[in-house]
Design a binder for this molecule. Structure first.
Ligand code: FES
Length: 170
C-alpha cells in the first residue's frame, strides 16, 4: 500500500516566508479520486507536491485507525477522497465514509489535532482541477499551522505511547 505513490506534480514554490514543507498523506479510492489525481498529473496541473498518495479500492475501506496511524507516524495532515455519493463502485462504501469521517474529526480534535489537518472530499475521475485545488488549499493551511509534533501532543494529553509513565515509577 505504502508504495502506491503517484508521480509528483510540478513543484510550486512555497509562499514567501514559509520554507517548511508539510507532509500530507492522501488516502484515495481507486475508481474515482485516484483517477482524478492522475488526471491532474497527466494534464500537468500545478499543485504542491506535498501529498503522498495511497490508493485504496474504496473510501469505505479507510479505517479510522489508518488515519490516526498516519498522524502518529509523522504526517502533518491527512486527506481522504472518495467517489461522490451515488458513484461508489461498491454501491455504499462511501456512505460508510460519510458516517465515519465526521466522528473521526471529532476524535482528532479531542486528541489535539487541529481541524485543518484533516480533510475529507468527494472527487470524481473527471475532477482533476478540483483535486489540485484541494491540495493547494490544504497545503497552505497545514503550512500555516506548522509541524504537528504528534509525540508532544500525546505526551501533553497522556495518551497511548506518548504517556508519561514516571508517575507509575517507570
Ligand atoms: S469506490 Fe470510490 S468511494 Fe467506493
Amino acid at each position: 500500500m505504502a508504495d502506491q505513490v503517484l508521480t509528483k506534480p510540478a513543484q510550486v514554490a512555497a509562499p514567501k516566508g514559509l520554507t517548511w514543507q508539510p507532509r500530507i498523506i492522501g488516502f484515495l479510492c481507486y475508481w474515482c479520486s485516484y483517477t482524478g489525481a492522475d488526471m491532474a498529473g497527466t494534464a500537468r496541473m500545478k499543485y504542491p507536491a506535498n501529498v503522498d498518495i495511497i490508493r485504496l479500492m474504496c473510501s469505505g475501506r479507510i479505517d479510522p485507525e489508518l488515519i490516526t496511524s498516519a498522524f502518529s507516524h509523522g504526517a502533518d495532515g491527512v486527506l481522504v477522497c472518495g467517489c461522490h455519493i451515488g458513484d461508489c463502485h461498491y454501491i455504499a462504501g462511501n456512505h460508510r465514509t460519510m458516517a465515519r469521517m465526521p466522528l473521526l474529526k471529532r476524535i482528532l480534535l479531542d486528541l489535539g489535532i487541529e481541524d485543518e489537518r484533516f480533510r475529507h472530499e468527494w472527487v470524481s475521475a473527471a475532477e482533476g482541477e478540483k483535486f489540485a485545488e484541494i491540495v493547494r488549499e490544504m497545503t497552505e493551511q497545514v503550512q500555516r499551522l506548522g509541524p504537528l509534533n504528534h509525540p508532544q501532543i500525546m505526551r501533553d494529553r497522556g495518551v497511548g505511547h506518548g504517556m508519561d509513565l514516571k508517575p507509575w515509577g517507570e
